[in-house]
Design a protein around this ligand. Structure first.
Ligand SMILES: NC(=O)c1ccc[n+]([C@@H]2O[C@H](COP(=O)([O-])OP(=O)(O)OC[C@H]3O[C@@H](n4cnc5c(N)ncnc54)[C@H](O)[C@@H]3O)[C@@H](O)[C@H]2O)c1
Length: 333
């Protein structure tokens, strides 16, 4: 498949995106990657939008990539993006960046509720897209994105970190080699204490609430489901979910009208297996992991890095001060 406007083949784009993701993993862990021979010397010109989590990638180091432009609504974040990606072309907004004919693909790392709108805007301007998770918040937006992707023939990739963790990659390979017997059951979990709460620093920016304020846990399922789906390729075909909320003010009044901070779902899967999935914002635990119980050969215990301590000294300053001053520090850290 080839896009007429950019003359960029699907294989070129996926190859470049995959090596970018692998480079991301290499920087996240102690294991080193042997340099793989390049499948192509084609260099994709990418625009990076979102100067917080969007600064934690390595497109400028990828031999198949050129960071053509960057953008954030905030000047300080725009400058930080320029500094990280050594890019001399800043735009004031995604809407302006996508008009640049030199940009072939866009990395959308804006807030979750904006992803669908921004991805559709990129498709409209003929750009391939990689976006942060979640892809979208409603089935209606999912339909629109799927329709636009299929109509344009452009590529969409969701940057789900759990899919690219080393143990997930290994388990995916073992599953492909049929080492597990029947899969039977997985437990997949994402725990991020206090996110979205009244006292969460990430839920406020310059005194104003951000999209994270009161954000419902099950609108952020893919750090968990990415393990089961990412290993087996199964679809989740049915669900029963319980939810729990406390008396935090963020659960009384938020944009999502959500009173919940912890949700626990039991999925049935297209392979007739079971997936128990937790997403908790109030919990004495941290990170992403996935123990499982196959009938033969236990899979490598998939454990993600703790969400907050994974922020390194290369993280932007605004993500290092993630807690509001009056928040209790976590005694187990
Ligand atoms: N492990 C992971 O996969 C992981 C970790 C952290 C965040 N995320 C995801 O990444 C995304 C970004 O998270 P974050 O913490 O950086 O959010 P954030 O709200 O701190 O940053 C989003 C940025 O997008 C900018 N923005 C919004 N609209 C824009 C526009 N039209 N043009 C240009 N810039 C625009 C904002 O100014 C803001 O700086 C979220 O969807 C989040 O779910 C994923």
């Amino acid at each position: 498949m080839s896009d007429a406007r950019t003359n960029l083949s699907r294989r070129d784009f996926l190859g470049a995106m995959t090596s970018a993701a692998l480079l991301g993993m290499a920087s996240a862990g102690p294991t080193s990657l042997a340099a793989a021979p390049l499948a192509s010397d084609r260099r994709v010109r990418i625009g990076v939008v979102g100067g917080n989590f969007g600064t934690q990638w390595q497109w400028h180091l990828d031999p198949n990539c050129i960071v053509e432009a960057v953008s954030d609504l905030r000047p300080d974040r725009r400058q930080y993006l320029q500094q990280v990606y050594k890019c001399e072309k800043p735009y004031e907004s995604l809407e302006k960046l996508v008009l640049d004919p030199k940009v072939e693909a866009v990395a959308v790392f804006t807030g979750a509720p904006d992803h669908a709108r921004h991805v559709l805007e990129c498709f409209k301007q003929g750009k391939h897209v990689i976006s942060a998770v979640p892809a979208c918040l409603t089935l209606e937006d999912a339909r629109k994105m799927k329709e636009a992707k299929e109509r344009t023939g452009l590529t969409y990739m969701m940057a789900e970190t759990s899919y690219y963790r080393w143990p997930t990659i290994l388990a995916r390979q073992l599953w492909k080699e049929k080492r597990f017997g029947r899969f039977l059951y997985s437990e997949v979990e994402y725990y991020h204490n206090m996110i979205g709460a009244e006292r969460d620093g990430l839920s406020f920016d310059q005194g104003k609430r951000t999209w994270r304020y009161g954000y419902p846990p099950m609108l952020y399922p893919t750090h968990s489901t990415g393990f089961h789906v990412g290993v087996t390729g199964e679809r989740l075909t049915g669900v029963s979910c319980l939810a729990w909320g406390d008396d935090d003010p963020a659960l009384k009044d938020n944009d999502y009208q959500s009173p919940w901070c912890n949700q626990s779902a039991l999925f049935k899967t297209s392979g007739a297996n079971i997936c128990r999935c937790n997403v908790f914002w109030r919990v004495h635990s941290d990170g992403e992991r996935a123990p499982s119980c196959p009938s033969r050969c236990a899979w490598p215990r998939v454990t993600g890095t703790p969400t907050v301590s994974s922020r390194t000294s290369s993280s932007p300053p605004w993500s290092r001060t993630a807690r509001r001053p009056w928040t209790c520090t976590r005694p187990w850290r």
